[in-house]
Write a protein that binds this ligand. Structure first.
Ligand SMILES: Cc1cc2nc3c(=O)[nH]c(=O)nc-3n(C[C@H](O)[C@H](O)[C@H](O)COP(=O)(O)OP(=O)(O)OC[C@H]3O[C@@H](n4cnc5c(N)ncnc54)[C@H](O)[C@@H]3O)c2cc1C
Length: 427
């Protein structure tokens, strides 16, 4: 006999587990179907997880979760070919009340899924969903898997960026190359005391670093400190990689040999190499989020704020709202498209769609105005070099050179236009 659940969740990543905890705690019989050997076995990210969204799903999670380090300092680096300008923010408030923490997904997702099991959900690992099932009225009422069919009142697709489930339900096509980033990550072993000295942290404190600039491709680099490893990688927009005939590894190698970055990895040994896609199309590319009998959450729905490296929080909170909508639907006795439209209303009212809507045009604007990737990082580095340089010449000459650098290369009008362009889209 085919098994039937109230709620069937595909994927045991942050979105799926948050959805499962919500439906199971609300009294729905819940199963999560996960293709990996265990939750997290196939997953990778940068990465940091955010405290407050996680605590909404598992209150006081820090007492049991496998946290690597609590982030007390955020760094932004603007790279030029052989220099960088760095903006750091370290705050004692982050020490007392941490805003985010570094994690390794194989450990974190496994723990997170255990919380769903503790709430009453059934976790079916080593089971790959291959399609959706529909009843006579065309409403989704289950999934096909490589181990047989499973039925449910409602399916929540949390199967990540390639979401076979939402494609199978006809909700969206393949992502376009300009809307997807290919990310590669290397994990390096480095003794705990070396990490503490190098990054000026103690105990379980950590830092999160983001790198931009110095390349023609639209990319962002990252470095995160874990207990005794360092996560280091880049994500670059696929269409840019194709246009510049670059592989993500080329950018990573360039970063590793950059004179400002090289010392950060010195003496470490490569432990792991992984690659993954990130949906970065933003608000304008979000597919339909629900249909009769089904909702889509997390990366499967393209809910990622690429500007700020936020994805796990969007996944957890969209998963929670999908779970809440399922509970409301059960109470109402209908899982129709009209009833599940409440999911979109929940998301519209939260940071998930508000943030994505607010910054909807920024990624495309930067992608089509390459001066933000190359010219400005270079100029900012040069301006600061000239500002600090003491060479026996009067400061007036230095100032003139700085002005020339800014005005001649981009023009006063160009500078004003760029400033206004960013201001209009980001505020
Ligand atoms: C390099 C990189 C760096 C990142 N850094 C950060 C960061 O620092 N902070 C942050 O917040 N976000 C970061 N993100 C984004 C973040 O990882 C994602 O937004 C988040 O993991 C999305 O969660 P999810 O549950 O929607 O999907 P996923 O985490 O991808 O989980 C999907 C799950 O579904 C399973 N699955 C897939 N298909 C099937 C199927 N057919 N049948 C059964 N199971 C299936 C998978 O095995 C997986 O467990 C990063 C992403 C990348 C790639």
């Amino acid at each position: 006999m085919v098994e039937k659940y109230d709620a069937l969740i595909v994927g045991a990543g942050p979105a799926g587990v948050a959805a499962a905890i919500t439906t199971a705690k609300g009294g729905m019989s819940t199963a999560i179907v996960e293709r990996g050997d265990f939750a997290g076995s196939k997953n990778m990210f940068g990465g940091i997880v955010f405290t407050k969204p996680t605590a909404q799903i598992v209150p006081e999670f820090w007492k049991t979760a496998p946290i690597e380090r609590r982030v007390i300092e955020y760094q932004y680096w603007l790279l030029s070919q052989e220099s960088h300008v760095q903006i750091n923010h370290r705050n004692q408030k982050f020490v007392k009340d941490f805003n985010s923490f570094t994690a390794l997904r194989a450990r974190f997702d496994k723990w997170f899924a255990q919380q769903a099991e503790a709430a009453g959900a059934l976790l079916l690992t080593r089971t790959t969903v291959t399609g959706v099932l529909k009843n006579g009225a065309g409403q989704i009422n289950g999934v096909e898997t490589d181990r047989g069919d499973l039925l449910a009142d409602v399916v929540i697709a949390c199967d990540g960026v390639n979401s076979l489930v939402s494609k199978g339900a006809g909700l969206h096509d393949e992502w376009k190359p300009e809307d997807i980033a290919l990310a590669v990550k290397e994990t390096y072993s480095l003794p705990k005391d070396k990490i503490e000295d190098r990054f000026n942290v103690r105990g379980d404190e950590g830092v999160a670093v983001q790198f931009y600039g110095g390349r023609n491709e639209e990319y962002a680099g990252f470095l995160y400190t874990n207990k005794d490893t360092i996560s280091f990688g880049i994500g670059a927009i696929m269409s840019d990689l194709a246009a510049f005939e670059t592989r993500p590894q080329d950018i990573l190698e360039w970063m590793k040999s950059h004179p400002s970055i090289k010392p950060l990895l010195e003496g470490s040994s490569l432990r792991e190499y992984t690659a993954h896609l990130i949906p970065e199309g933003g608000y304008n590319k979000i597919p339909p989020l629900y249909t009769d009998g089904m909702m889509v959450a997390g990366d499967a729905a393209g809910l990622v704020n690429a500007l700020n490296f936020e994805g796990t929080n969007f996944a957890m909170i969209s998963g929670k709202f999908a779970g809440q909508t399922a509970l409301d639907a059960k109470k109402a006795g209908s899982f129709s498209k009209e009833q599940l439209a409440a999911y979109r209303t929940y998301l519209d009212g939260s940071f998930v769609l508000k943030d994505l809507k607010k910054f909807r045009d920024v990624p495309r604007y930067i992608a089509t105005h390459k001066q933000f990737l190359t010219f400005y990082p270079e100029v900012i580095n040069n301006v600061l070099y000239k500002f600090f340089e003491v060479d026996g010449r009067p400061k007036e000459e230095h100032l003139k050179e700085i002005k020339d650098e800014l005005y001649t290369k981009r023009g006063r009008l160009g500078l004003l236009r760029d400033l206004y362009g960013i201001y209009r889209r980001a505020t």
